[in-house]
Design a protein around this ligand. Sequence first.
Ligand code: SF4
Length: 949
Amino acid sequence: MKTEPTQLPTPVTTDGLTNYPPIEKWDDWVEYDSKAWPKKVPRHYTLVPTVCFNCESGCGLLAYVDKETLEIQKFEGNPVHPGSRGRNCAKGPATKNQIYDPERILYPLKRTGKRGEGQWQRVTWDEVLDDIAARMRKAIQEERHNEIMYHVGRPGHDGYLERVIQAWGVDGHNSHTNICSASARTGYVLWGGFDRPSPDYANANVILLVSSHLETGHYFNPHAQRIIEGKMDGAKLIVLDPRLSNTASHAHHWLPTWPGSEAAVLLAIANHLIQNNLYDREFVRRWVNWEESLKALRPDWEITFDNFDRLMRELYAQFTPEFAEQESGVPADRIIEAAKTVANCQGRLAAHVWRSAASGNLGGWQVARTLFFLNVLTGSVGTPGGTSANAWNKFVPKPFAAPPPQKKWNELLLPKEWPLAHYEMSFLLPHFLLEGRGKLDVYFTRVYNPLWINPDGFIWLKALRDENMIGCHIALTPTWNESAWYADYVLPMGHAGERHDLMSQETHAGQWIAFRQPVRRVAMERQGQKVNFTYEANPGEVWEEDEFWLQLSWRIDPDGSMGIREHFESPYRPGECITVDEYYRWIFENSVPGLPEAAAKEGLSPLAYMRKYGSFEVTEENYTPYEKKVAGLEGLQSTNGNLPSPYTTDETSRVLKDGQVVGVMVDGEVKVGIATPSRKLEFYQPTMAEWGWSEIEYTVPHYLKSHVHPDNIDRAKGEMLLLPTFRLPTLVHTRSANAKWLYEISHRNPVWMHHEDARRIGVVSDDLVKVETEIGYFVGKVWVTEGIRPGVVAMSHHLGRWRLQDISGVNQMSSALVTLEESDDGKFTIRRVHGARAYESADPDTSRIWWEDVGVHQNITHAVHPDPVSGMHCWHQKAINVTKAGPNDHNGDIMVDTNKSLQIYREWLATTRPAPGPGGLRRPLWFKRPLKPDIKQFYIVEEQTKPTE
Ligand code: SF4
């Protein structure tokens, strides 16, 4: 088994070069000034570790801060970071572009004209804090808690803001999860109560990816390096993807499935394992709720494992390779080959889906459920080379004090229609506001561009510009975006290297934490300079959220009478506001096992250790934690099936003490088990049945026909499937618009189209095509390729940025200047005035911009498709028609009919099966929420039984 290096790799190679600067030289590292060549001019750097903020992976960075000028020369990898191990993708080093972007927002801005007019004045942080705090105080004092909402795009931290929001006592956390991963989360939760997979790629025998994960995945660089390690060690790679992605090009088995058919293929593989006795019977017997499944599905059968085996054979017999071929278009013999490969994994199947097919399709959550079924059948759950739960490999330390759960439930976040959603119905917020379900008084968007990233963006525009729906919109953002244009305050926040955050991700079988730091501030402090707030060290007055939230919360409750202030008092200086240093000092001293000892060995405080290294490995490996015996109950024996008082077991073998479940009895031992109600992996899912989804297609791993199933796409009429769920590896969703290196590499998003379809409509590469969606159309260039299935067009989803004024708004190198028009009948159009072009600025490179095309904003032409179970926006779109553009069509044209979009919203809304569930619940108690309210808030019985007026 491979080891995960936690210390600096041997720094000096045989040719005398170093892989990384040795740690003992980080305080004074010398390199020659490349610009002074051929003279040898040494420059002295202090190297400060921090954490990349350009995706969710949390890779380590090492900032080279010039000791003389305090400028950041470059960002490279942090070699001691256990997740990224010194490596980064292109987006890590490009942090430098973002920091020195000549168009970045440097000071807090307040709107002066009408919303959306683009008129701003510079204000002080004090003015900002006083004004927003007063507004929030008033809302809370007037019991309008649900009018305060924080809406996050890229979180980039663990736990910090959740604590702040709970201290305010509001149910106000909104996320982007339902346009990202709600479906995959649902599939995993239904199996094991955890909502993400953590595959151990480096030690796998078989790697199965339902996506282009190797090149763009969740935890992209940390996973990519381990996938390649696994492959170099002999692992077989299976990829399901309708596109010939870079990932598919590395596969031993590429299965180009019709989008939405993935579960049929995965079940055909499962069926191969079951019918041929190739599954791990012992694992399934020990860890699957098979007794409960049999009782529910075949109550007349005797409860024996043989009968469960018989049940599985019956249930899955229909999923033959031929059936899978019919659904997916992939030849049956290739599916059988892949199935044989999976069958040979020997408990080492590392499998992953996150967005991709899960997020594209109605019922996409069954893609995750059927994929994990293969882990279950092969016994590859938490094993070396298998797939773990994220919770087993991610470590989130507790802060100094936890506020109580909020005593509110905000139906703008989780309305009754989607009781099982994971999580907030974020992309429908403007639809709910338009319907009059509520309103917002204080709305924070934080590193989030909802108008641009969500489907149906013109409905967002309608809500964002309406002060009756959103009283005050505060955009906390490092860079301009389309939504910030409609804000009342635009508050500049730091990039990686300009802020504090604590992160951990399930990148492999161990656990780590990493510390994001404002590197210039740390460099100044190393030189003995005092810095009170991070904005004193960052460019202009760019701040960080950590300090902003502390100061804001302190001012909401100036005398402590609201019970908010107490949660922000320093644990070291009673009665005074906690500092960011104290916040992390407390965590590192008290909540991270092993860190104080490791720091003491070097004569450092835990905080100083983290400032020096930027990361800490908490656990080297954490395999099969569910097999652990419950501490203190190792010797517990049953007599005639009974446990000694005060312990009891129930019919599902759970072990209870005083009515509380403490473990599960497996072969006579009390084990920790799985985080489900049964403490087993749940094949049959009782919660689904109890909440109105009792059909077999919903209760067990099964196949649900997608809204873009071939039955629903009439190709004879010219209809196609628009696949918008992939991204380019060099871009961040919206924040790469101010990274010149990244935009030079990729700045346009052509429509991928197969040769057959191109011939049919008479286009060649770079011709303009008009793609008609359910609610409008867009015009963009086409790329004709063999690397896409006929009948499918695909388009990367994070290009097509636009701005409404020539020299303000989204960066000029990455956006098009457009006109935006609205008609009386609810139609919006966007037309491009010009694309990117060279311009003069403090950065000479902006005068060298050579590209004009910046792609097309396709999401705004998508109808919303909220899955009735997971709440996921099902991204795939029916393209009503794809034609060669006409003489009046121009690159970048967009038209949307918002009346049609609202109609489609209502059609999907009608497919839900609303709460209440059992006992009058809004949501199953065991389902997660990012910020779980007080348990009483889960019940709507009281409301139901109110007398009618
Ligand atoms: S994968 Fe790339 S963008 Fe993501 S954190 Fe790592 S270096 Fe940054």
